[in-house]
Design a protein around this ligand. Structure first.
Ligand SMILES: Nc1ncnc2c1ncn2[C@@H]1O[C@H](COP(=O)(O)OP(=O)(O)OP(=O)(O)O)[C@@H](O)[C@H]1O
Ligand SMILES: [Mg+2]
Length: 329
Protein backbone atom coordinates (compact mmCIF):
# COMPACT_ATOMS: atom_id res chain seq x y z
CA UNK A 1 0.00 0.00 0.00
CA UNK A 2 2.71 2.49 1.03
CA UNK A 3 6.35 2.05 0.12
CA UNK A 4 8.99 4.62 0.98
CA UNK A 5 12.38 4.14 -0.61
CA UNK A 6 15.58 5.90 0.34
CA UNK A 7 13.97 9.08 1.64
CA UNK A 8 16.30 12.00 2.38
CA UNK A 9 15.65 15.29 4.10
CA UNK A 10 18.15 17.95 5.09
CA UNK A 11 17.48 20.96 7.28
CA UNK A 12 20.41 23.07 6.21
CA UNK A 13 23.38 20.76 6.67
CA UNK A 14 21.60 18.60 9.20
CA UNK A 15 20.39 15.30 7.83
CA UNK A 16 17.00 14.52 9.39
CA UNK A 17 16.27 11.57 7.08
CA UNK A 18 19.18 9.55 5.74
CA UNK A 19 17.75 7.02 3.29
CA UNK A 20 14.66 5.98 5.21
CA UNK A 21 12.78 2.91 3.95
CA UNK A 22 9.30 1.92 5.03
CA UNK A 23 6.80 -0.69 3.92
CA UNK A 24 3.17 -0.54 5.05
CA UNK A 25 0.71 -3.21 3.91
CA UNK A 26 -2.96 -2.62 3.24
CA UNK A 27 -4.99 -2.96 6.45
CA UNK A 28 -1.95 -2.55 8.68
CA UNK A 29 -2.07 -0.74 11.98
CA UNK A 30 1.55 0.26 11.69
CA UNK A 31 3.49 1.62 14.65
CA UNK A 32 6.13 4.12 13.65
CA UNK A 33 8.43 4.29 16.67
CA UNK A 34 11.57 6.19 17.43
CA UNK A 35 13.19 8.45 20.00
CA UNK A 36 12.69 12.23 19.94
CA UNK A 37 14.21 13.71 16.83
CA UNK A 38 14.38 10.38 14.96
CA UNK A 39 12.49 11.79 11.98
CA UNK A 40 8.92 10.58 12.44
CA UNK A 41 7.16 13.91 11.98
CA UNK A 42 9.45 14.81 9.10
CA UNK A 43 8.57 11.55 7.33
CA UNK A 44 4.85 12.05 7.86
CA UNK A 45 4.90 15.65 6.69
CA UNK A 46 6.73 14.65 3.52
CA UNK A 47 4.22 11.87 2.86
CA UNK A 48 1.27 14.25 3.03
CA UNK A 49 2.89 16.87 0.84
CA UNK A 50 3.54 19.46 3.57
CA UNK A 51 7.31 19.24 3.30
CA UNK A 52 9.56 18.71 0.29
CA UNK A 53 12.01 15.78 0.37
CA UNK A 54 15.60 15.98 -0.86
CA UNK A 55 15.59 12.55 -2.42
CA UNK A 56 13.81 9.21 -2.53
CA UNK A 57 10.57 7.76 -3.75
CA UNK A 58 7.12 7.25 -2.26
CA UNK A 59 4.69 4.77 -3.77
CA UNK A 60 1.03 4.56 -2.85
CA UNK A 61 -0.71 1.55 -4.36
CA UNK A 62 2.13 1.27 -6.83
CA UNK A 63 1.94 4.88 -7.98
CA UNK A 64 4.95 7.13 -7.41
CA UNK A 65 3.60 10.22 -5.66
CA UNK A 66 6.52 12.10 -4.11
CA UNK A 67 6.25 15.00 -6.52
CA UNK A 68 2.50 14.90 -6.77
CA UNK A 69 1.36 16.59 -3.57
CA UNK A 70 -2.29 16.64 -4.65
CA UNK A 71 -2.24 12.88 -4.96
CA UNK A 72 -0.56 12.46 -1.56
CA UNK A 73 -3.13 14.70 0.10
CA UNK A 74 -5.95 12.86 -1.60
CA UNK A 75 -4.72 9.42 -0.56
CA UNK A 76 -3.55 10.17 2.96
CA UNK A 77 -5.32 11.77 5.89
CA UNK A 78 -3.00 13.44 8.39
CA UNK A 79 -3.49 14.13 12.06
CA UNK A 80 -0.63 16.34 13.27
CA UNK A 81 0.85 16.19 16.75
CA UNK A 82 -0.28 19.67 17.72
CA UNK A 83 -3.79 21.04 17.57
CA UNK A 84 -4.03 24.70 16.60
CA UNK A 85 -6.43 27.12 18.24
CA UNK A 86 -9.73 27.72 16.48
CA UNK A 87 -11.92 30.45 17.87
CA UNK A 88 -15.65 30.51 17.67
CA UNK A 89 -16.04 27.23 15.90
CA UNK A 90 -18.10 24.29 17.08
CA UNK A 91 -16.99 20.71 16.52
CA UNK A 92 -19.34 20.22 13.59
CA UNK A 93 -18.38 23.57 12.03
CA UNK A 94 -14.73 22.62 12.34
CA UNK A 95 -15.27 19.44 10.33
CA UNK A 96 -17.44 21.25 7.78
CA UNK A 97 -14.70 23.82 7.40
CA UNK A 98 -12.12 21.13 6.59
CA UNK A 99 -14.52 19.30 4.29
CA UNK A 100 -15.00 22.58 2.40
CA UNK A 101 -11.24 22.84 1.83
CA UNK A 102 -11.59 19.62 -0.16
CA UNK A 103 -14.58 21.05 -2.01
CA UNK A 104 -17.23 19.11 -0.07
CA UNK A 105 -20.29 21.11 0.90
CA UNK A 106 -24.03 20.81 1.42
CA UNK A 107 -26.42 18.46 3.16
CA UNK A 108 -24.50 15.25 2.30
CA UNK A 109 -21.33 16.75 3.69
CA UNK A 110 -23.08 17.73 6.92
CA UNK A 111 -24.30 14.14 7.27
CA UNK A 112 -20.82 12.85 6.56
CA UNK A 113 -19.36 15.15 9.23
CA UNK A 114 -21.97 14.01 11.73
CA UNK A 115 -21.07 10.43 10.88
CA UNK A 116 -17.41 11.19 11.58
CA UNK A 117 -18.29 12.77 14.94
CA UNK A 118 -20.16 9.59 15.75
CA UNK A 119 -17.18 7.48 14.70
CA UNK A 120 -14.85 9.34 17.06
CA UNK A 121 -17.47 9.32 19.85
CA UNK A 122 -18.06 13.07 19.86
CA UNK A 123 -21.69 13.27 18.77
CA UNK A 124 -22.66 14.77 22.14
CA UNK A 125 -20.09 17.55 21.58
CA UNK A 126 -21.44 18.43 18.14
CA UNK A 127 -22.23 22.03 19.07
CA UNK A 128 -19.51 22.59 21.66
CA UNK A 129 -16.88 25.21 20.95
CA UNK A 130 -13.68 23.48 19.82
CA UNK A 131 -11.59 25.31 22.39
CA UNK A 132 -13.85 23.90 25.11
CA UNK A 133 -12.94 20.30 24.30
CA UNK A 134 -10.52 18.26 26.39
CA UNK A 135 -7.19 17.21 24.93
CA UNK A 136 -8.39 13.69 24.22
CA UNK A 137 -11.53 15.06 22.55
CA UNK A 138 -9.50 17.46 20.42
CA UNK A 139 -7.33 14.55 19.41
CA UNK A 140 -10.38 12.60 18.30
CA UNK A 141 -11.80 15.61 16.49
CA UNK A 142 -8.48 15.92 14.68
CA UNK A 143 -8.81 12.29 13.65
CA UNK A 144 -12.25 12.97 12.22
CA UNK A 145 -10.73 15.93 10.38
CA UNK A 146 -8.11 13.63 8.84
CA UNK A 147 -10.92 11.48 7.50
CA UNK A 148 -13.16 14.12 5.86
CA UNK A 149 -11.93 13.24 2.37
CA UNK A 150 -12.24 9.50 3.02
CA UNK A 151 -8.57 8.59 2.54
CA UNK A 152 -7.46 4.94 2.49
CA UNK A 153 -4.45 5.72 4.59
CA UNK A 154 -4.39 7.69 7.84
CA UNK A 155 -1.26 9.09 9.49
CA UNK A 156 -1.48 9.95 13.16
CA UNK A 157 1.47 11.74 14.71
CA UNK A 158 1.81 10.90 18.43
CA UNK A 159 -1.94 10.65 19.01
CA UNK A 160 -1.58 9.02 22.42
CA UNK A 161 0.85 11.55 23.86
CA UNK A 162 -0.64 13.39 26.81
CA UNK A 163 -3.75 11.22 27.00
CA UNK A 164 -4.87 9.53 30.19
CA UNK A 165 -5.33 5.72 30.20
CA UNK A 166 -9.05 5.97 29.51
CA UNK A 167 -8.58 8.30 26.56
CA UNK A 168 -5.89 5.97 25.23
CA UNK A 169 -8.26 3.06 25.51
CA UNK A 170 -10.92 4.99 23.57
CA UNK A 171 -8.34 5.89 20.95
CA UNK A 172 -7.46 2.24 20.60
CA UNK A 173 -11.11 1.29 20.07
CA UNK A 174 -11.49 3.97 17.39
CA UNK A 175 -8.35 2.78 15.63
CA UNK A 176 -9.67 -0.76 15.66
CA UNK A 177 -12.95 0.46 14.16
CA UNK A 178 -11.04 2.23 11.42
CA UNK A 179 -9.00 -0.83 10.48
CA UNK A 180 -12.23 -2.86 10.48
CA UNK A 181 -13.54 -0.31 7.98
CA UNK A 182 -10.57 -1.17 5.76
CA UNK A 183 -8.35 1.83 6.53
CA UNK A 184 -4.61 1.48 6.78
CA UNK A 185 -3.15 3.39 9.71
CA UNK A 186 0.34 4.62 10.53
CA UNK A 187 0.66 5.85 14.09
CA UNK A 188 3.80 7.34 15.59
CA UNK A 189 5.08 7.31 19.13
CA UNK A 190 8.36 7.37 20.97
CA UNK A 191 7.00 4.76 23.37
CA UNK A 192 7.34 1.30 21.94
CA UNK A 193 5.17 -0.48 24.51
CA UNK A 194 2.28 1.89 23.78
CA UNK A 195 2.19 0.73 20.16
CA UNK A 196 3.32 -2.88 20.47
CA UNK A 197 0.04 -3.83 22.11
CA UNK A 198 -2.22 -2.31 19.47
CA UNK A 199 -0.29 -2.56 16.19
CA UNK A 200 0.31 -5.58 13.99
CA UNK A 201 3.33 -4.10 12.28
CA UNK A 202 6.10 -1.86 13.47
CA UNK A 203 8.92 0.25 12.08
CA UNK A 204 11.59 1.55 14.43
CA UNK A 205 13.40 4.63 13.22
CA UNK A 206 16.59 6.08 14.64
CA UNK A 207 18.52 9.08 13.32
CA UNK A 208 16.54 9.19 10.11
CA UNK A 209 16.89 5.50 9.26
CA UNK A 210 14.69 2.47 9.72
CA UNK A 211 16.59 0.14 12.01
CA UNK A 212 14.02 -2.56 12.53
CA UNK A 213 10.69 -3.26 10.87
CA UNK A 214 8.16 -5.96 10.19
CA UNK A 215 5.32 -7.97 11.60
CA UNK A 216 5.35 -7.62 15.40
CA UNK A 217 4.69 -11.32 16.05
CA UNK A 218 7.52 -12.33 13.75
CA UNK A 219 9.92 -9.81 15.28
CA UNK A 220 9.08 -11.02 18.77
CA UNK A 221 9.62 -14.57 17.60
CA UNK A 222 13.08 -13.73 16.29
CA UNK A 223 13.83 -11.70 19.44
CA UNK A 224 13.02 -14.78 21.49
CA UNK A 225 15.68 -16.77 19.68
CA UNK A 226 18.31 -14.22 20.67
CA UNK A 227 17.79 -15.16 24.30
CA UNK A 228 19.68 -18.03 25.92
CA UNK A 229 18.10 -21.38 26.56
CA UNK A 230 17.60 -22.06 30.29
CA UNK A 231 17.79 -25.72 31.20
CA UNK A 232 17.59 -27.38 34.58
CA UNK A 233 18.26 -31.04 35.16
CA UNK A 234 18.27 -33.30 38.20
CA UNK A 235 21.19 -32.31 40.48
CA UNK A 236 23.54 -35.22 39.81
CA UNK A 237 23.15 -34.86 36.05
CA UNK A 238 24.20 -31.22 35.77
CA UNK A 239 27.91 -31.72 35.04
CA UNK A 240 27.19 -34.46 32.53
CA UNK A 241 24.52 -32.29 30.86
CA UNK A 242 26.98 -29.42 30.49
CA UNK A 243 29.47 -31.74 28.80
CA UNK A 244 26.87 -33.15 26.43
CA UNK A 245 25.58 -29.67 25.48
CA UNK A 246 29.11 -28.34 24.86
CA UNK A 247 29.63 -30.99 22.16
CA UNK A 248 26.74 -29.63 20.06
CA UNK A 249 28.13 -27.46 17.23
CA UNK A 250 25.40 -24.76 17.27
CA UNK A 251 26.09 -24.06 20.94
CA UNK A 252 28.20 -20.95 21.44
CA UNK A 253 28.49 -20.78 25.20
CA UNK A 254 27.39 -22.81 28.21
CA UNK A 255 27.51 -21.65 31.81
CA UNK A 256 26.02 -22.75 35.06
CA UNK A 257 23.97 -20.31 37.08
CA UNK A 258 22.74 -22.02 40.25
CA UNK A 259 20.40 -24.80 39.21
CA UNK A 260 20.16 -23.45 35.67
CA UNK A 261 22.33 -24.25 32.71
CA UNK A 262 22.40 -21.16 30.50
CA UNK A 263 23.02 -21.98 26.84
CA UNK A 264 23.77 -19.35 24.24
CA UNK A 265 23.24 -20.78 20.77
CA UNK A 266 22.91 -20.02 17.09
CA UNK A 267 19.58 -21.21 15.83
CA UNK A 268 15.90 -21.63 16.49
CA UNK A 269 13.40 -24.30 17.32
CA UNK A 270 15.15 -27.14 15.49
CA UNK A 271 18.33 -26.73 17.51
CA UNK A 272 16.29 -26.46 20.70
CA UNK A 273 14.61 -29.76 19.91
CA UNK A 274 17.93 -31.35 19.02
CA UNK A 275 19.42 -30.33 22.38
CA UNK A 276 16.44 -31.67 24.28
CA UNK A 277 16.53 -34.97 22.37
CA UNK A 278 20.27 -35.31 22.94
CA UNK A 279 19.88 -34.80 26.69
CA UNK A 280 17.10 -37.37 26.87
CA UNK A 281 19.05 -39.87 24.76
CA UNK A 282 21.88 -39.48 27.26
CA UNK A 283 19.49 -40.43 30.06
CA UNK A 284 19.67 -36.98 31.64
CA UNK A 285 16.59 -36.04 33.66
CA UNK A 286 15.49 -32.66 32.31
CA UNK A 287 13.20 -30.84 34.75
CA UNK A 288 12.78 -27.60 32.83
CA UNK A 289 13.70 -26.32 29.41
CA UNK A 290 12.76 -22.82 28.25
CA UNK A 291 13.69 -19.58 26.57
CA UNK A 292 12.67 -16.17 27.87
CA UNK A 293 10.18 -14.29 25.73
CA UNK A 294 11.85 -11.69 23.55
CA UNK A 295 10.94 -8.02 23.50
CA UNK A 296 11.12 -5.41 20.77
CA UNK A 297 12.98 -3.15 23.17
CA UNK A 298 15.71 -5.78 23.51
CA UNK A 299 15.89 -6.20 19.77
CA UNK A 300 16.21 -2.43 19.31
CA UNK A 301 18.97 -2.29 21.91
CA UNK A 302 20.89 -5.07 20.21
CA UNK A 303 20.66 -3.27 16.89
CA UNK A 304 21.44 0.26 18.01
CA UNK A 305 23.24 -0.23 21.31
CA UNK A 306 20.83 2.09 23.10
CA UNK A 307 17.53 2.04 24.88
CA UNK A 308 14.27 3.26 23.40
CA UNK A 309 12.70 4.18 26.70
CA UNK A 310 15.49 6.42 27.96
CA UNK A 311 14.84 9.94 26.77
CA UNK A 312 17.82 11.34 24.94
CA UNK A 313 19.01 14.86 25.58
CA UNK A 314 18.16 16.43 22.24
CA UNK A 315 20.95 18.16 20.41
CA UNK A 316 19.11 21.27 19.34
CA UNK A 317 16.79 23.85 20.94
CA UNK A 318 13.69 22.88 18.94
CA UNK A 319 13.82 19.36 20.30
CA UNK A 320 14.82 20.36 23.79
CA UNK A 321 11.56 22.21 24.04
CA UNK A 322 9.54 19.34 22.59
CA UNK A 323 11.19 16.82 24.90
CA UNK A 324 10.50 18.91 27.99
CA UNK A 325 6.82 19.08 27.28
CA UNK A 326 6.48 15.34 26.96
CA UNK A 327 6.43 12.54 29.41
CA UNK A 328 7.90 9.14 28.79
CA UNK A 329 6.13 6.01 30.04
N1 LIG B 1 12.05 22.99 10.71
C1 LIG B 1 13.16 22.40 11.13
N2 LIG B 1 14.35 23.04 11.05
C2 LIG B 1 15.49 22.45 11.47
N3 LIG B 1 15.56 21.21 11.97
C3 LIG B 1 14.41 20.52 12.08
C4 LIG B 1 13.16 21.09 11.68
N4 LIG B 1 12.19 20.18 11.88
C5 LIG B 1 12.81 19.09 12.43
N5 LIG B 1 14.14 19.30 12.53
C6 LIG B 1 15.14 18.33 13.04
O1 LIG B 1 15.03 17.13 12.33
C7 LIG B 1 15.13 16.00 13.20
C8 LIG B 1 13.89 15.15 13.07
O2 LIG B 1 12.80 15.85 13.60
P1 LIG B 1 11.34 15.25 13.69
O3 LIG B 1 10.44 16.32 14.20
O4 LIG B 1 11.00 14.63 12.39
O5 LIG B 1 11.55 14.10 14.78
P2 LIG B 1 10.45 13.21 15.50
O6 LIG B 1 10.88 11.79 15.36
O7 LIG B 1 9.10 13.56 15.05
O8 LIG B 1 10.68 13.62 17.02
P3 LIG B 1 9.62 13.79 18.22
O9 LIG B 1 9.46 12.42 18.85
O10 LIG B 1 10.30 14.72 19.16
O11 LIG B 1 8.34 14.33 17.68
C9 LIG B 1 15.34 16.57 14.59
O12 LIG B 1 16.71 16.55 14.90
C10 LIG B 1 14.83 18.00 14.48
O13 LIG B 1 15.51 18.83 15.35
MG1 LIG C 1 7.44 14.29 16.00
Amino acid sequence: MLIIKDLYKFYGKFSALSGLNMHVNKGDLYGFVGPNGAGKTTTMRICVGLLAADGGEIFIDGEEVLHNTDRMKEKIGYVPDFFGAYDNMTAIEYLQYYAATYGFQGEDTLKMCEGLLDLVKLSDKRDTDVNGLSRGMKQRLCMARGLVHNPDLLFLDEPASGLDPRARYELKLILRNLTDMGKTIVISSHILAELAEMCNSVGIVDRGRMVLSGDIEELLHSARFMNPLMISVEGADQQRAVMVIRQIPAVKQVRVQGRQIVVQLDGGQEIEQYILRTLINNNIMVSSFRRDEGSLEELFMKMTGKSLTAEEEPADPKNRKAAKGRKVG
